[in-house]
Design a protein around this ligand. Structure first.
Ligand code: 5GP
Length: 190
C-alpha cells in the first residue's frame, strides 16, 4: 500500500536488532487518517469472506485491529498477556515468544469470546518471526474457530515467516512488505 510505504520511508527509523520504529504514526502517536485507509484496504482484501471477528494480541495490534473491526462492522477480540495460563479453565491459553522483549509469556482469551462458530481474521501491526501469529492460530484451533486469514500492516519478509505461512495455505495479506532494511535504506518487495 503506497501511502504506508511512503510513511515508513518518511518517518520510520531502523534500530539495531532489525526493529523498525513507527511510533510517530502507528505504535504510539497514531495517524488516524492513515489507519483508516489501512483498514479500508484490509476490508477490501477480505471482502466476501464473511468474517465474524477480528482477533489480535495486546498491545500494539489493538489500534489497527479496532480500525479493521470498525470498518468491517465486526467485534474485535484481543488476546491478553497473563501471568498464569488457565487456572479456572475459563480461557484458552498459549505461550508466545515476544520479538520486542525477547521473553516468553502466556496469552489468553476468554472461552466466552472465541467460539466454534466464528470466522476469524487475525490482524497485527508487524509480522517478524511469526510467533505472535502462531499463538493466535493456536487459540483459534483450541476454540474450533475457522481461520479465514491474516492481515498485517508491516511484514518483515526477510525472516521468511510470512512466506512459510503462505506455503501452509494461510491467506496472508500485508500492506507493506519489507524485503530488507538498514539505517540508510528500506527496500520493499515489488
Ligand atoms: P513475531 O511474533 O512475528 O516475531 O513479532 C510480531 C510482534 O512483535 C508484533 O506484534 C509487534 O508488536 C512486534 N514487532 C516485531 N517486529 C517489530 C518491529 O520491527 N517494530 C515494532 N515496532 N514491533 C515489532
Amino acid at each position: 500500500m503506497k501511502q504506508l510505504e511512503e510513511k515508513i520511508l518518511a518517518e520510520g527509523k531502523v534500530l539495531p536488532g532489525e526493529i523498525l520504529k513507527v511510533g510517530s504514526f502507528l505504535n504510539q502517536n497514531i495517524d488516524t487518517q492513515l489507519l483508516g485507509q489501512m483498514a479500508q484496504e484490509i476490508a477490501r482484501l477480505f471482502e466476501g469472506h464473511r468474517i465474524t471477528k477480528v482477533l489480535t494480541i495486546e498491545a500494539s495490534g489493538i489500534a489497527i485491529a479496532t480500525a479493521v473491526g470498525l470498518t468491517m462492522g465486526v467485534p474485535v477480540l484481543f488476546a491478553k498477556k497473563h501471568k498464569t495460563s488457565n487456572v479456572d479453565g475459563s480461557v484458552y491459553s498459549t505461550r508466545v515468544h515476544s520479538f520486542t522483549h525477547n521473553e516468553d509469556y502466556n496469552v489468553v482469551v476468554s472461552r466466552d469470546y472465541l467460539t466454534a462458530d466464528e470466522k476469524v481474521l487475525l490482524v497485527d501491526d508487524f509480522l517478524a518471526n511469526g510467533k505472535a501469529l502462531d499463538g493466535l492460530i493456536d487459540l483459534c484451533n483450541q476454540a474450533g474457530a475457522e481461520l479465514v486469514g491474516v492481515a498485517i500492516a508491516i511484514e518483515k519478509c526477510f525472516t521468511g515467516a510470512g512466506d512459510r505461512l503462505r506455503a501452509q495455505g494461510v491467506k496472508l495479506e500485508s500492506l507493506a512488505l519489507i524485503e530488507s532494511m538498514t539505517e540508510d535504506a528500506v527496500v520493499f518487495r515489488s
